[in-house]
Design a protein around this ligand. Structure first.
Ligand SMILES: Nc1ncnc2c1ncn2[C@@H]1O[C@H](COP(=O)(O)OP(=O)(O)OP(=O)(O)O)[C@@H](O)[C@H]1O
Ligand SMILES: O=C(O)[C@H](O)CO
Length: 379
């Protein structure tokens, strides 16, 4: 039988590549004639570059860029095997994981490093850039990225704004004169991990500000500032960005990539699925195994497992989902292409233990799931 293995990462325990490997071992134990296609998946957040580079036989490069709080970080980006497409993950340059918990502050954290990574990709001469956005430390609407790409964001006195979502309160006008002209020659595809709009109760600041260290007062201020940015963008650049689904991903970087880079926003898992050719690879497959660290109501709303299941359903391929933890609302997946889901935990255990043994546990449950599937088929 032919199996497609298309898991996301298990945050904190396994990368998507590791998860593929663990599941494949289990599948082969249950079916020694198994034909296995391993496709590491991602939703735009952390792990996106690794998944795409692996799926497309690409290579990686490292660039020294401005970190979220200023001091430089070494950030990795990917190139497809043919060198035509670059894969960037905003979290590599401007991610929350780069900032210790007690220093998280989206009023000062900047996306400048992400803009510098885009410049590094332009230096390579690619004609398409895929930017995965999510897992950010920032809430600056892509202002820092814009500055790295040559835009000037000016206050009423004609001074350039400093880094972060805070200074946007003083934004008076945007001067695009110094914009990197190479942006006109590339296609910018943006893989968003969420579909939130830029502002308001469902916007970037209100929903994701607190996890980045914003208190109530800061959330209100950041929300007003992003609204101001959207107004000035509309007036000076002629683009309406605030209400696009995904505009509020990565602290409004979604909106910024459309406004300053002419990007197109897409749900991350859909863009990744298309880029790795998931639909074609599912054609004629007997079973798809997908997985993610945690499976709950959110998963059903467009995260990796749900996205993989939709593509598989279109191809008539049954899907079994495996997860570290299963939370309330997971049943919603059963109506959208997932035949069954299982937790990898085979007895009551602490999270630490489940994380430490994730590859072993994942392989075991994959093996049992395939045994059950095959015995059902034989009847
Ligand atoms: N091996 C494991 N066993 C049990 N639970 C795990 C394991 N690995 C991860 N988890 C749980 O899954 C959670 C992370 O879920 P997941 O990997 O789906 O990331 P996420 O935050 O939903 O990712 P993203 O926002 O990038 O989509 C962890 O906080 C942990 O509770
Ligand atoms: O970075 C963030 O703000 C969240 O991951 C949502 O995109």
């Amino acid at each position: 039988m032919r199996y497609v293995i298309a898991p996301d990462k298990f945050k904190g325990s396994l990368s998507a590549v590791d998860a593929c490997r663990a599941i494949a071992l289990g599948v082969r134990r249950a079916d020694d004639a198994a034909e296995v296609d391993e496709i590491p998946m991602a939703d735009g957040g952390e792990g996106t570059v690794e998944a795409l580079v692996t799926a497309l036989d690409g290579t990686t490069r490292t660039s020294r860029v401005t970190g979220p709080l200023g001091p430089p970080v070494e950030a990795r980006f990917g190139l497809s095997g043919d060198g035509r497409t670059a894969f960037i993950e905003m979290a590599a340059a401007s991610g929350l994981v780069l900032v210790p918990e007690d220093r998280r502050d989206p009023t000062v954290a900047t996306t400048r490093g992400t803009g510098e990574l885009i410049r590094a990709a332009l230096d390579v001469g690619v004609d398409r850039i895929v930017v995965g956005i999510g897992g950010s430390a920032t809430n600056d609407g892509g202002a820092g990225m814009a500055q790295a790409l040559g835009y000037r964001l000016l206050d009423a006195g004609g001074d350039d704004l400093g880094p972060g979502g805070g200074p946007l309160a003083r934004l008076d006008r945007i001067d695009p004169t110094g914009r990197d002209p190479r942006l006109d020659r590339v296609e910018l595809a943006v893989a968003c991990d969420v579909t939130n709009p830029l502002c308001g109760p469902d916007g970037a600041s209100a929903v994701y500000g607190p996890q980045k260290g914003a208190d109530r007062e800061a959330v209100d201020r950041l929300d007003r500032n992003l609204r101001r940015l959207a107004e000035v963008v509309r007036r000076d650049l002629g683009r309406s960005v605030a209400d696009l689904p995904g505009a509020g991903a990565a602290g409004g970087l979604g909106a910024g990539l459309v406004a300053f880079g002419g990007g197109r926003l897409e749900r991350g898992v859909e863009l990744v699925s298309r880029t790795v050719g998931l639909a074609d690879r599912l054609e004629g497959a007997d079973l798809c195994l997908t997985a993610e660290g945690s499976l709950d109501e959110q998963t059903a709303h467009g995260k990796t497992i749900a996205g993989v299941a939709l593509v598989a359903r279109d191809r008539g391929c049954p899907v079994i989902a495996l997860a570290g933890g299963i939370g309330p609302g997971a049943e919603a997946l059963l109506g959208s292409g997932v035949s069954a889901f299982f937790s990898i935990c085979d007895r009551p255990m602490a999270l630490r233990e489940a994380i430490d043994q994730a590859d072993l546990l994942l392989g075991r449950v994959a093996e049992q799931a395939v045994r059950a599937f095959r015995s059902g088929r034989r009847r």
